[in-house]
Ligand binder design. Structure first.
Ligand code: MTE
Ligand code: MO
Length: 285
């Protein structure tokens, strides 16, 4: 959620709201199949799988819940699981022990923790966070009051859009160029929804006039893994002019050709922000 374009009603997470780890647990597809759900395939797209955590009230509701379309769950490639382990260890309390949902490619808000109930139903979850939050409202919805008439007309955020982030150099830092006038730029990129893996990351040091290809890195943690749902680390040696207030931009592309725009349209909650990655206010010496 970004406050970049104009103030939003939400937290500015900057570049930090991401999870990239290994999850273990049964496919929700297999759990529903062994529960013998009897829904004709033609109704999958209009049926929802709702998740509930009833253990504690939330800020805006008596409980926490979310839902995803049944069609996504029944796609065995979707990787939606009931996770029992994170990075090979039992789930910790803060990450949803003893069991949570993990919805790869889909907004984290649907990965319900401390899972109490799974329901296959004809409507989306009734929870506040499914119906009145986590939606990309149109720019006309400029305040909470204006937003009221939009919540029912805009669909719930599911797949996250493609994104990339520059981790190094940090904004507002000083860069010492090497003898060739270049510096190392590093970061991560995430594909759009189920359209991974990332196939290309480009870097610009001249406000987007020219772009150069970054190298997609195979690091130890992700080596050999299919990066369909995971982040893709990248690095590049970039030539940049000396001076104050310099800026470096990043732009990712995935397998389906989705790519980033300089800036998406503003929305009240600031969700799904995926403008170019940037390191700005660099002091290049
Ligand atoms: N029960 C419950 N599950 C929840 C939430 C919550 O408030 N309650 N928050 C959701 C949101 S908005 C996110 S981003 C993820 C965060 O998961 P993490 O704490 O493992 O990073 O949990 C999701 N699951
Ligand atoms: Mo979240």
């Amino acid at each position: 959620m970004r406050t970049k374009l104009k103030e939003v009603s939400g937290i500015d997470w900057f570049d930090g709201a991401v999870m990239n780890c290994s999850w273990t647990g049964p496919l929700l597809h297999d759990v529903l199949t062994s529960a013998s759900i009897k829904i004709p395939e033609s109704s999958y797209a209009t049926t929802h799988v709702a998740f509930a955590c009833l253990q504690t009230p939330t800020q805006e509701d008596e409980w926490y819940g979310a839902s995803v379309p049944l069609s996504r769950v029944m796609d065995t490639e979707s990787g939606i699981i009931l996770a029992l382990q994170m990075n090979g260890k039992p789930l910790s309390p803060n990450h949803g022990a003893p069991v949570r949902v993990v919805t790869p490619g889909i907004a984290g808000a649907r990965s319900v923790k401390w899972l109490d109930r799974v329901t296959v139903q004809t409507c989306e979850s009734e929870n506040f966070y499914q119906r009145h939050d986590y939606k990309v409202l149109p720019p006309e919805a400029t305040c909470k009051e204006e937003a009221e008439k939009w919540w029912d007309r805009v669909s719930a955020l599911q797949d996250m859009p493609i994104n990339s982030v520059i981790a190094i150099p940090a904004s507002s830092s000083t860069i010492h160029l090497d003898e060739n006038g270049t510096t190392e730029v590093k970061g991560y990129a995430l594909p759009s929804g189920s359209d991974g893996p990332i196939t290309k990351v480009e870097i610009s040091a001249d406000e987007g006039a020219t772009w150069q290809l970054a190298e997609l890195v195979k690091d130890q943690a992700t080596e050999g893994a299919e990066l369909k749902w995971a982040w893709c680390l990248w690095r590049a040696r970039v030539r940049i002019e000396k001076g104050l207030e310099r800026r470096v931009l990043s732009r990712a592309t995935d397998r389906s050709g989705n790519t980033q725009a300089k800036c998406p349209v503003w929305n009240l909650r600031g969700v799904a922000y995926n403008g170019y990655g940037e390191a700005n206010e660099l002091n290049v010496v």
